[in-house]
Write a protein that binds this ligand. Structure first.
Ligand SMILES: *Cc1c(COP(=O)(O)O)cnc(C)c1O
Length: 418
């Protein structure tokens, strides 16, 4: 047995559930497009595929937020482990911040800090799962929900967002899909991928439907306050008196620091239903067996929230608004692409491809692969967010780069047109 002898058979292999779950994520598809770029193309690579504008100077985060991080780091108070639910001053800051737009006051006990909104999604889905349970997800949507549900064995069903109704939820479909094993529905507002912002009235109807069905609403509000159209942002938590709500958020999008990895899961539970159901206990248990956001980032949070001034937010909103208009107007010049409505929030718009006007394009994926190769740019094929032969276009770029991207898109469509 000098070398340990012969191994008959290795006992380990990669987890197959993961391969299946991660099959069609945004990151997976974008990586594939990036591999398709033409290395000889000297032009700048334009990324209209993902929502991370942090590298453009006009989207740099606020200096106040940077100072907050430096101060927290230098204070040496945050070199320690965090408590599993997050440190108290940071939870207090989030409770106060979100309470500004709610008809009542959240307490730090309602707030759980997470490693970005992504981790908050993982917590929310994990605590709801039991064998046979299912969750209702929007289509089009944010594929991380599908991927993580698949990974933990939570079944999912899709309800539509209706393009002809400004991407409102098909509430009849929600009622038809729900059964005795349905635990929750997910709502993303402002919308990714549709760029829509739900009205107060519609959100109220969603809350009433959820109450009727006895299911939880998981409100993904990672784009909170990034609105620039007729509808103001209304937090779903405002309807916590109708039905219990779990709100997910982070500083990734509003402060444009997705790399800082700080998010939250917040319960609005005026009637104590989540508490009674054991869900709050379950959240704490889950956080006991998962990791925490870096303590110094948590330590900086009170100052990030307090010191970032309105000028920063309005400058970002103005740029996004300019971008959204530019995108909508430029797309009108391209016959084979139509937007059902002008984006009013978030960083994205959904646009429909008319393949009959294109000579040699099979579908949305083929369109995006050829576009990457010929024009050195990325756009997400709709199939990645649940809508085949649509495109999800990110307009959150430096406006000149966006304009250039839309010009290339137009040239590509002309070249492949009939
Ligand atoms: C970006 C995004 C997230 C993830 O946010 P992080 O804070 O970066 O983890 C979650 N949900 C939606 C809809 C997003 O667009």
């Amino acid at each position: 047995m000098e070398n340990g002898g012969e191994t008959k058979e290795w006992r380990f292999k990669g987890n197959q559930t993961l391969t299946t779950a991660s099959g069609f994520t945004v990151r997976g598809v974008l990586n594939m497009l990036m591999e398709n770029l033409n290395p000889d193309d000297q032009r700048q690579v334009l990324r209209l595929g993902h929502g991370d504008p942090s590298s453009f100077p006009c989207f740099y985060t606020s200096p106040a937020a940077e100072d907050a991080i430096v101060d927290a780091l230098r204070s040496r108070q945050f070199n320690c482990y965090s408590s599993t639910v997050g440190i108290l001053p940071a939870r207090k800051a989030v409770a106060e911040y979100l309470s500004r737009h709610l008809p009542y006051t959240l307490t730090p006990d309602d707030v759980f800090l997470t490693i970005g909104c992504t981790h908050a999604i993982e917590v929310a889905l994990s605590v709801l799962t039991y064998p046979g349970a299912n969750i209702l997800l929007p289509c089009p949507g944010f594929p991380y929900y599908e991927a993580f549900s698949a990974y933990i064995g939570l079944q999912h069903r899709h309800f539509s967002l209706l393009p002809e109704k400004g991407w409102e939820v098909d509430l009849d479909a929600v009622e038809a899909l729900a059964d005795e094993n349905t635990v929750a529905m997910v709502l993303i507002n402002p919308g990714n991928p549709c760029g829509n912002v739900f009205t107060y009235k519609h959100l109220q109807k969603v809350a009433e439907t959820a109450k009727k069905l006895g299911i939880l609403v998981i409100a993904d509000e990672v784009y909170e306050h990034l609105t620039f159209g007729k509808n103001p942002f209304v937090p779903m938590g405002a309807f916590g008196n109708i039905t219990p709500i779990i709100t997910l958020g982070s500083i990734s999008k509003r402060w444009i620091v997705p790399g800082w990895r700080l998010g939250w899961l917040v319960t609005t539970d005026n009637q104590g239903i989540l508490q009674k159901s054991g869900l709050v206990e379950s959240i704490k248990s889950f956080l006991n067996i998962s990791s925490d956001p870096a303590t110094f980032i948590q330590g900086a949070l009170p100052q990030i929230i307090e010191k970032t001034n309105e000028d920063f937010f309005s400058k970002i909103i103005n740029t996004l608004c300019l971008d959204a208009n530019l995108c909508y107007e430029k797309l009108k010049e391209i016959p084979c692409i139509t937007c059902p409505s002008k984006p009013e929030g978030s960083m994205f718009v959904m646009a429909k491809l008319d393949l009959s006007l294109l000579r040699d394009i099979q579908d949305d994926l083929d369109f995006c692969l050829k576009l990457a190769k010929e024009e050195n740019m990325a756009i997400l094929p709709g199939v990645a967010v649940g809508m085949k032969n649509w495109l999800r276009i990110t307009f959150a770029l430096e406006p000149l780069a966006l304009e250039e991207g839309l010009e290339r898109l137009k040239a590509f469509c002309q070249r492949h047109g009939d």
